[in-house]
Design a binder for this molecule. Structure first.
Ligand SMILES: [Zn+2]
Length: 496
């Protein structure tokens, strides 16, 4: 199996091109992903960046790297519409639900962890919360002030973007924006808030007496800005320059531009060598929003008959669907695409179940060289495509080519001794590893011992020609996603 680490390429938003991946430490990959602002249930959009970075995490581990993966929880400072003069999202929700802001954060962190676990996403090494690092964030703001790139107005501290850009000429590099294009807006809005320029962002906000979450600082009571948080939490655990910083496309501006700017000022680094962004998800071709009435939480999709698709889909259906589109492409989710994804996932997972049970017990007859070449080519392509900016749609297409071969073996359309033993074992090992450990698609959680007991009852009923009993067992199993397949010599089961 190809475990050559030298061939990985990742698209870097900073350079706007595909680049060979070279970690700073030979054996460790340090990766930071912007986590959720925990003021509501996770929705379908959250799943996309989580799944993408899970594949990266898993693939690096598969290649033998230690991965240090940090994903934060934003529990303060993320204001409505990403603006500097609106309400804090956590506080607003706390007032709405009549509970403490920290209860809001805890409630939705717990829920987020549940959602990530059933999507089979590996937990990060550390999940820091912004409110646990207020002192570090105050120090960060002080440093920026000392270096002359921040200014205080009425107890709030802002980052001077214009001044920063004059020195570093980098503001807008991740999102492809030019500061000149962002400035005209500034003039119009200059008098509408206290900032020098509208593109300046808050590092620290003064809290008025009504604000529940506030901490003392050299500038009076207040709270840190959202953009302060991630640069502090990432460098605390990964150092002043680490390998990968990730997030959704919508975080490029202003959040990541603001992080990059602070890191340049404080550490004279770009914070991360590779800035990786996942594209967005829409529902039926429309941006997901509560006002468009197409907003769907993960819990509603998995467990409740939601009014958008009028049907539930499993976490693995969604995971499979997301992997069928490259992470840098927009994903349109429809009921049809979810149904198709379910079929694709089931096909693949049945092949996984089957290949685990197929043993190579005979002698190779060497009568069919083509099949060996096809298998070898597909395995090589799978790893080449993983190396090529984790091109999961192409990986899945190669996995389906192997699925067809596995089905042919199972259905006795292809004798196993037509395949070279080493090639077969390589296929078995690669298929199981790629599906279970890298794409991380799991078999449905069904107790196979109970299925086997029912299989015995089914066989007995068939022998006794008790067709009422046969139909009863068959229908009950069907309702939980299992079908018995009767062949001449055997009765087996498959997922449906
Ligand atoms: Zn962030």
């Amino acid at each position: 199996m190809d475990k050559d680490r030298s061939k990985i390429y990742i698209f870097n938003s900073y350079s706007n091109k595909l680049e060979e991946f070279k970690p700073i430490d030979k054996n460790t990959v340090k990766m930071y992903l912007c986590g959720p602002t925990v003021y509501g249930l996770a929705h379908i959009g959250h799943a996309k960046s989580s799944i993408t970075f899970d594949i990266l995490n898993r693939y690096f581990k598969y290649l033998g790297y230690n991965v240090k993966f940090i994903r934060n929880y934003t529990d303060v400072g993320h204001l409505e519409h990403d603006a500097d003069d609106t309400e804090d999202k956590i506080q607003k929700q706390a007032i709405k639900e009549h509970i403490e802001p920290m209860e809001i954060a805890q409630k939705y962190m717990n829920s987020y962890r549940e959602d990530m676990a059933i999507l089979n996403i590996l937990p990060p090494n550390i999940e820091p919360q912004a409110t646990s690092y207020i002192n570090e964030q105050i120090e960060n703001v002080k440093t920026i002030l000392n270096k002359g790139f921040g200014y205080e107005i009425n107890g709030s501290i802002y980052f001077d973007v214009k001044k920063y850009n004059e020195k570093f000429q980098k503001y807008g590099i991740l999102s492809g924006r030019k500061i000149e294009d962002m400035m005209p807006e500034t003039r119009e809005l200059d008098n509408q808030n206290e900032k020098k320029n509208n593109i300046d962002f808050a590092l620290w906000k003064k809290a008025d007496s009504k604000h529940i979450m506030q901490w003392n600082s050299p500038w009076g009571y207040g709270y840190p800005g959202w953009h302060t948080e991630c640069v502090v939490l990432s460098t605390k655990y990964l150092g002043e320059l680490f390998d990968i910083h990730g997030g959704g496309y919508d975080l490029k501006f202003p959040h990541h531009e603001a992080e990059l700017a602070q890191s340049n000022v404080i550490h004279n680094t770009n914070l991360a060598n590779y800035w990786v962004h996942t594209n967005l998800v829409n529902i039926d071709g429309k941006k997901m929003s509560k006002s468009a009435n197409n907003y769907i939480t993960l819990k509603d999709l998995f467990f409740n008959t939601n009014n958008i698709f009028n049907k539930t889909f499993s976490p693995m259906d969604l995971r499979f669907l997301m992997l069928q589109t490259h992470y840098r492409s927009t994903l349109t989710i429809t009921k049809d695409s979810l149904e198709a994804a379910h079929k694709g996932y089931i096909k693949l997972i049945n092949a996984l179940k089957d290949i685990k049970n197929i043993e190579y017990k005979t002698e190779y007859t060497g009568s069919n060289n083509d099949i060996n070449n096809i298998i070898e080519d597909n395995i090589n392509d799978i790893f080449n495509e993983l190396n090529n900016d984790i091109n999961t749609p192409k990986v899945i297409s190669n996995i389906f080519n192997l699925t067809k071969i596995i089905n042919d073996i199972r259905n006795n359309n292809l004798a196993i001794n037509n395949i070279n033993k080493d090639t077969f074992l390589k296929m078995k090992d690669s298929f199981i590893n790629v599906v279970e450990n890298i794409l991380a698609l799991q078999e449905p959680k069904i107790n196979k011992n109970i299925v086997n007991i029912l299989l015995e009852l089914y066989k007995n009923a068939k022998q006794k020609k008790d067709y009422i009993e046969v139909d009863f067992i068959r229908n009950k199993l069907y309702s939980i996603g299992i079908k018995f397949c009767d062949s001449k010599n055997n009765i087996n089961f498959e997922y449906i």
